[in-house]
Ligand binder design. Structure first.
Ligand code: NA7
Length: 534
C-alpha cells in the first residue's frame, strides 16, 4: 500500500495478524476510512515472525481460523495442527479474499503514538526499517492488534557479544532458514516454542544441549493428516464447532468435566484420566476435572498421572527425573501446557544433553559457547534463544503511547500494575483500544475466538460513537417524513437543492411545531433521554 505523509484516518490498526485482518475487513465494510500498519512484510502477525523450524499451531484446526463461512469455504487444511507455512498461506488466502492488501502498509512499525488534545487525533510515527524512513500518520481512533507475543525476550546474559557462533531468537528466525546440519546447537528455554524447536533441531544437529529451567508439562498432540473428506466434514460441522467454542471457557472444544477430582474413587479417576489421555490434545488439560487448577489434590493427581504416562518414554534416569520430576514444578495446568510429537524421544538420542540451569546456572556466554556456574563450558556453533516474550503487555508498553497527559506513556501508567476497562482500553488514552491483550480472556484463549468477539464489540462501539443511536433514529424519522407529499420533487433549499454538490435530502422537521413541542417535552420528562448529562 502507499503511504502519503500526513495521512489522516478514521481508524488506524496496528498489527496484521488475526486481529488486524478481522478489524480491517469489518470496519471497512461499515464505511470507516481505515488503514492497517504491520511491521512484517506481509499478513500473519505471530505466524509471520515466528519462523523457527517446527513452528506450528497448538490449537486444533476448526477452532483456529476466522469464523465467517467465506473464509473457510474455499480453504482446505492439510493437518489438524498446521505448520506455520500453511498458516501463512491461509492468511494470504484471506487477505486476497477480503481484498485487504490495498488498505495495509507493511514494513511499517508504529514506534510512537501521541494524542493531540487540540486536534483530537492520534499522531503516530511509523518507521520503515528497510528503507530507513519515518512517516507521520494521524488517526481519530487508534486500535492496537499487536497480539500477546510482539516483543521477544532475551535474558541479558553477560558476554553475548563475545560469542563467535550464531545467535538466534526463535521469533526473529531468518526467513530464509538456517542450516543446522552437523552444528553444535544450544537451546535455552523449554516453553511452547522450545518444545517445537527442540523436536526439529535434535535430529539434525551434531549435538544439542538443552538448557532447561522449568520442565514443560507437555501432552501428546493428536496430530492427523486431513483428507478432502475430513475437510468436507469439518466444514459441515462448522456451525456446531463455532457454537461449542463460544460456550467453553477458553474457546477450546473441551469443557471442564462437571465433577471434582476427589468426588471420584481412585479407580474411577484412573479410568477418567485414561479416557482423556486416549483423546490426546488439550483434553487432559481443559477437559479435566473442574477443580484441576483450583484444588491442590486435584492438580497433584493429574500431575502424577501425567508423570506415570510420560516418564517411561525417557531412558536415561537423570534426564527422566529432570523432564518429569517427582515434585510438580507448578500446580498441574497453571502454566502453558504444550503439545508434543517427538519431544521426549529426542532426549533418547545420544547427541542430546539436558542441563538443569537451576542446579547449574548459566554464568555467561563466552566466545565458544555457554559457561555454567561450575565452570563447565558447553561449546556451541549456534545458540538458540527460545526464551519467549514480554508476553501480553509488551505489544502496548514497548510503544511510546501518550494520552491526554504527555508526561507518561501507557507503559509508565502500568508499571505498578495494569489498569484497563474491559481489557480493551485505559483511562487517559482517548479513542485508544486494543484486542487480544491484558485483562481480557485473550491470554488463555484460542486467539480468533477472543479476537472476533472483541472486534465485533469495538466495531459496534465505533459505529455508535460515529452515529449515536438517537441521531440515527432522528435522521430516519426526518427522511421518512420528507418522503411524504410533493415537497421532495421541488428544487428547494429545504432539500439542499440550491447548493451544487450538497447532499439532497430533507433538512426540515416536516411533522410541524405541535408534534415537535410534544417530542421535546417527552425527552425532557424522560430525564433528557438520549443526552449524556455530565
Ligand atoms: P515462554 O512460554 O515464555 O517460554 C520461555 C522459556 O524460556 C521458558 O522455558 C523459560 O523458563 C525460559 N527462560 C526464560 N528466561 C530464561 C533464563 N534466563 N534462563 C533459562 N531459561 C529461561 O515462551 P514461548 O516462546 O515458548 O511461548 C510463547 C507463548 O506465546 C506460547 O505459549 C504461545 O501460546 C504464544 P521458565 O519456564 O520461565 O522457567
Amino acid at each position: 500500500g502507499s503511504m502519503e505523509p500526513d495521512q489522516k484516518w478514521d481508524v488506524m490498526l496496528v498489527g496484521g495478524g488475526f486481529g488486524g485482518m478481522y478489524l480491517l475487513n469489518k470496519l471497512r465494510n461499515f464505511g470507516f476510512d481505515v488503514h492497517l500498519y504491520e511491521s512484517g512484510s506481509t499478513f500473519g502477525g505471530t505466524w509471520f515472525w515466528n519462523c523457527y523450524p517446527g513452528a506450528r499451531v497448538d490449537s486444533i484446526v476448526p477452532t483456529y481460523q476466522f469464523s465467517s463461512d467465506e473464509t473457510w469455504d474455499q480453504w482446505e487444511w492439510s493437518e489438524a495442527y498446521p505448520k506455520r507455512e500453511e498458516l501463512e498461506a491461509y492468511f494470504r488466502h484471506v487477505g486476497k479474499l477480503w481484498n485487504l492488501y490495498s488498505n495495509a502498509s507493511f514494513n511499517s512499525r508504529v514506534v510512537s503514538a501521541h494524542w493531540d488534545i487540540e486536534e483530537k487525533v492520534w499522531v503516530c510515527e511509523i518507521s520503515n526499517e528497510q528503507e530507513n524512513t519515518t512517516t507521520i500518520v494521524k488517526s481519530r481512533i487508534l486500535l492496537f492488534c499487536a497480539g500477546l507475543s510482539a516483543v521477544p525476550y532475551k535474558p541479558p546474559f553477560e558476554g553475548v557479544d563475545d560469542f563467535k557462533g550464531k545467535i538466534y531468537h526463535t521469533s526473529r528466525w531468518p526467513r530464509e532458514g538456517v542450516d543446522l546440519k552437523g552444528k553444535r546447537c544450544g537451546v535455552i528455554g523449554t516453553g511452547a516454542t522450545g518444545v517445537q524447536v527442540i523436536q526439529e533441531v535434535g535430529p539434525v544437529a551434531s549435538h544439542l544441549t538443552v538448557f532447561q529451567r522449568t520442565p514443560n508439562i507437555a501432552l501428546p498432540m493428536d496430530q492427523a493428516p486431513l483428507s478432502k473428506e475430513d475437510n468436507i466434514k469439518l466444514k459441515k460441522d462448522m456451525p456446531e464447532t463455532l457454537e461449542l467454542s463460544k460456550a467453553t471457557w477458553a474457546g477450546f472444544l473441551y469443557s471442564w468435566h462437571d465433577k471434582c477430582a476427589m468426588d471420584d474413587t481412585p479407580e474411577e479417576r484412573e479410568s477418567f484420566y485414561e479416557k482423556l489421555w486416549e483423546r490426546r490434545g488439550f483434553g487432559f488439560w481443559v477437559g479435566n476435572y473442574k477443580d484441576t487448577t483450583v484444588s491442590p489434590e486435584a492438580a497433584e493427581a493429574a500431575y502424577q498421572f501425567w508423570r506415570k504416562k510420560t516418564a517411561p518414554m525417557i531412558k536415561d534416569p537423570y534426564k527422566r527425573e529432570k523432564l518429569c520430576p517427582e515434585v510438580a514444578p507448578n500446580p498441574f495446568g497453571t502454566k502453558r501446557i504444550s503439545l508434543y510429537r517427538t519431544y521426549y524421544d529426542i532426549f533418547n538420542l545420544p547427541t542430546v544433553d539436558l542441563i538443569d540451569v537451576n542446579e547449574n546456572p548459566i554464568h555467561d556466554i563466552t566466545e565458544n559457547g555457554i559457561r555454567l556456574q561450575d565452570g563447565m563450558e558447553v561449546e556451541l556453533d549456534v545458540l538458540i534463544f527460545a526464551t519467549g516474550f514480554d508476553t501480553i503487555t509488551g505489544g502496548l508498553t514497548h510503544v511510546d503511547i501518550r494520552g491526554t497527559d504527555p508526561s507518561f506513556t501507557l507503559g509508565d501508567k502500568w508499571k505498578k500494575g495494569c489498569q484497563t476497562y474491559l481489557g480493551m482500553c485505559s483511562n487517559g488514552f482517548p479513542n485508544f483500544f486494543w484486542v487480544y491483550g491484558p485483562q481480557s480472556p485473550g491470554p488463555f484463549s484460542i486467539g480468533p475466538t477472543c479476537i472476533e468477539f472483541q472486534g465485533d464489540w469495538l466495531t459496534q462501539l465505533l459505529r455508535d460513537l460515529r452515529y449515536p443511536e438517537v441521531e440515527k433514529k432522528w435522521r430516519e424519522m426526518i427522511l421518512e417524513a420528507g418522503e411524504k407529499g410533493l415537497f421532495k420533487y421541488a428544487k428547494s433549499w429545504w432539500f439542499g437543492a440550491n447548493i451544487p454538490g450538497k447532499q439532497r435530502e430533507c433538512y426540515n422537521y416536516m411533522l410541524g411545531m405541535p408534534e415537535y413541542r410534544k417530542k421535546c417535552g417527552e425527552v425532557r420528562r424522560n430525564g433528557y433521554e438520549g443526552f449524556q448529562l455530565k
